[in-house]
Design a protein around this ligand. Structure first.
Ligand code: SF4
Length: 324
């Protein structure tokens, strides 16, 4: 296996480095290889975006990596300065944001915006970059006769904007693509098209793809492995067909019930399912299992201490006392 990214014991905090710090990502370890799609699944606030931001040195003010390592093709990203990281962003690792409108410059034609990336990262001359940007736009599904490269972002639909953002992301042939909730702002039909596009590009370009989402249904057609996060920790991981087809952790089971319910026809005429209770306050986590206050399988031990890693099946890791 050609490992592209290896993350070890990564812990990300917000707040004061020396006094009160809130842990948003807690001892996360995983790796991803070329040609592989890893889905990171969890509710908002579970640490998914902080994890991606930490890898790219894009944590917001107050965020910092407390410890851990993230090796991208042998280079520890967390030890790099801003200039070295800037070189890797775009050319080695690309990030697709949730809202394509925020990722595009509203006053520049989309072809120019892709050409700028090619000039900056691949050293192309202007004429060559403009020609190449047309070919990249064709690669993400725009036909040559629609002159999409001359359009401004406000002239495009949400799905077209997201295709342009994906074109920007693959422009420098990155080894790793991180898509952070890439379909959340789109309608259902376009969501399916964008996921299909990502799947096609991932295969054609042999990309390592990290797909961050709170919607399990979108992982079914695309993910090889799934990591489920809760309160900053991975609580279950394994092959996608096993985690999504036969979830073991009570949180994954609840998440799948809700996530699949969203896509069912019947859900349009009855209230949507939701997980009882609220996601935990990271500043005041319970002493034992963080999911205990919402878990219908809770036992006495769950409130006394946190569960350790268990391996109920050869390829699965689960953090729950039911499997210890
Ligand atoms: S450790 Fe206990 S509270 Fe936590 S998910 Fe498992 S059964 Fe539920």
């Amino acid at each position: 296996m050609n490992v592209v990214l290896k993350v070890e014991d990564l812990t990300v905090c917000y707040g004061d480095r020396f006094k009160r710090a809130i842990t948003a990502v807690n001892s996360v370890t995983f790796e991803i290889s070329a040609g592989e799609t890893v889905g990171i699944l969890g509710e908002s606030g579970c640490g998914k975006t902080s994890l991606a931001s930490a890898l790219l040195g894009l944590l917001p003010r107050g965020g910092f990596v407390q410890h851990g390592a993230a090796s991208f093709r042998g280079t520890n990203l967390l030890a790099l300065g801003e200039r070295a990281l800037q070189k890797i962003r775009g050319s080695g690792i690309s990030l697709i944001h949730q809202d394509p409108s925020l990722a595009l410059n509203p006053v520049r034609r989309v072809g120019e915006q892709i050409a700028e990336i090619l000039i900056a990262h691949r050293g192309m001359r202007s004429k060559q970059a403009r020609k190449e940007s047309k070919s990249i736009l064709a690669h993400v599904g725009f036909t040559a006769d629609c002159d999409i490269d001359k359009a401004f972002p406000h002239q495009l639909s949400g799905g077209q904007k997201q295709r342009v953002v994906i074109a920007q992301a693959i422009a420098c042939q990155p080894a790793l693509l991180i898509a952070d909730e890439p379909i959340t702002a789109l309608d259902a039909v376009v969501q399916v098209e964008i996921i299909e596009l990502l799947r096609t590009l991932q295969k054609q370009l042999n990309l390592a793809l990290i797909l961050i989402t709170h919607t399990p249904a979108i992982l079914f057609p695309i993910a090889h492995r799934v990591l489920v996060m809760y309160a900053g920790r991975i609580i279950e991981q394994g092959p996608a067909h096993e985690v999504l087809g036969a979830p073991l952790h009570p949180y994954t089971r609840e998440l799948l019930k809700c996530g699949l319910d969203v896509l069912s026809r019947e859900s349009a005429v009855r209230p949507l399912a939701s997980i009882p209770g609220e996601p935990p306050n990271l500043a005041a986590l319970p002493m034992g299992c963080a999911f205990a206050p919402r878990c219908s399988d809770r036992m006495e031990v769950c409130e006394a201490r946190a569960p350790a890693e268990s391996h109920p099946e050869k390829s699965r890791d689960v953090w729950c006392f039911k499997y210890e």
